[in-house]
Design a protein around this ligand. Structure first.
Ligand code: G4P
Length: 286
């Protein structure tokens, strides 16, 4: 396998437009809720959010924490807490953490709430902008938390529209924004990790190559994840041999009985994305 990390960059025009819109809307809000993927906390944080958010209060939601290791989630929580950044681990498909998120939002905005109180303004809801890269679960979070189905603020040209306000309860209002990446990933590992979790348009990716890199990373911390899922033995094998072996095992073959490596690579990536290889944190606190 070619050891070079694939160079992946994806910054379609509608994201530049969304960024401008976000910049304008910053004036309207008290809090920036940044949703990241708990499996790749570092790579799923858009560095531009720091610039855009300026001095606004911040809250980080480690979403899809059902797909990452509990011990690593705890370490990330400690990591952000030590920097005085509010953080909640979440599975956005359920409402179980709703109270915790509202409480964390209030804690992050406590100075503003105090200021309001002194001015006689009581119970004004916190206005929060929900930001995050594509596919981290922004729509899922907003739908669960507002308890209704809100049309997706699209990641694709054509579905992108003005950002919309959604009232969660009398304490919190959310402003939905489209998924936003940034123009260039300085470190190729970032683009690769974003591609693992499906935040990069799959059409621009060589999924066979991507899958080999994923396998290489899995073998380091989770040497038996593939063995268990596909009932094979990966020991001593190279990533491309592993894909072939799994393809044969799963009878994923092309005409003539050869392993269908392309289709199998796709299936392995899908299995990882859906958590079928287990709870796997790709990036851990260092
Ligand atoms: P986005 O707005 O940030 O782009 O993300 P979106 O909510 O569309 O979520 C992307 C995918 O991630 C969806 O799955 C969604 O169900 C899933 N998801 C969101 N939050 C969580 C979570 O906390 N845990 C897990 N396990 N999955 C989560 P999908 O397969 O693309 O769509 P669907 O088939 O569920 O509709």
């Amino acid at each position: 396998m070619n050891d070079n990390k694939p160079i992946i960059n994806w910054y379609p025009g509608h994201m530049a437009k969304a960024r401008r819109l976000m910049q304008e809307d910053m004036k309207l809000i008290d809090l920036v809720i940044e949703i990241v993927d708990a499996r790749i906390v570092r790579s799923s944080r858009n560095p531009e959010i720091d610039k855009l958010a300026g001095q606004k209060s911040r809250l980080i939601l480690l979403n899809k924490s059902d797909l990452s290791e509990d011990s690593e989630n705890q370490r990330w929580i400690r990591y952000f807490a030590e920097q005085n950044i509010g953080v909640v681990a979440l599975d956005a498909r359920t409402r179980t953490q709703m109270k915790k998120v509202v409480a964390a939002a209030q804690e992050a905005c406590k100075e503003k709430i105090e200021r309001d109180k002194r001015r006689g303004i009581l119970n004004r809801p916190i206005r929060a902008m929900v930001v995050g890269i594509p596919n981290v679960g922004k729509s899922t979070f907003i739908n669960s938390f507002s308890n209704k189905t809100v049309a997706k603020t699209g990641n694709k040209p054509g579905v992108t529209k003005g950002n919309q306000w959604i009232r969660v309860d009398n304490k919190l209002e959310l402003l939905d924004t489209p998924g936003l990446l940034w123009p260039k990933f300085e470190d190729p590992v970032v683009g690769m990790h974003l591609a693992y979790i499906g935040s990069i348009n799959d059409d621009i990716i060589n999924k066979e190559e991507l899958c080999m890199h994923l396998i290489e990373e899995l073998l380091v911390r989770f040497p038996h994840a593939l063995d268990q899922r596909y009932e094979v033995n990966c020991e001593g094998k190279k990533p491309h041999e592993i894909i072939e072996m799994i393809a044969i095992k799963k009878s994923c073959l092309i005409k003539g009985g050869e392993p269908d490596v392309k289709r199998m690579a796709n299936m392995i990536l899908d299995d990882y994305r859906a958590g079928r290889l287990g709870k796997i944190s790709i990036e851990v606190v260092e």
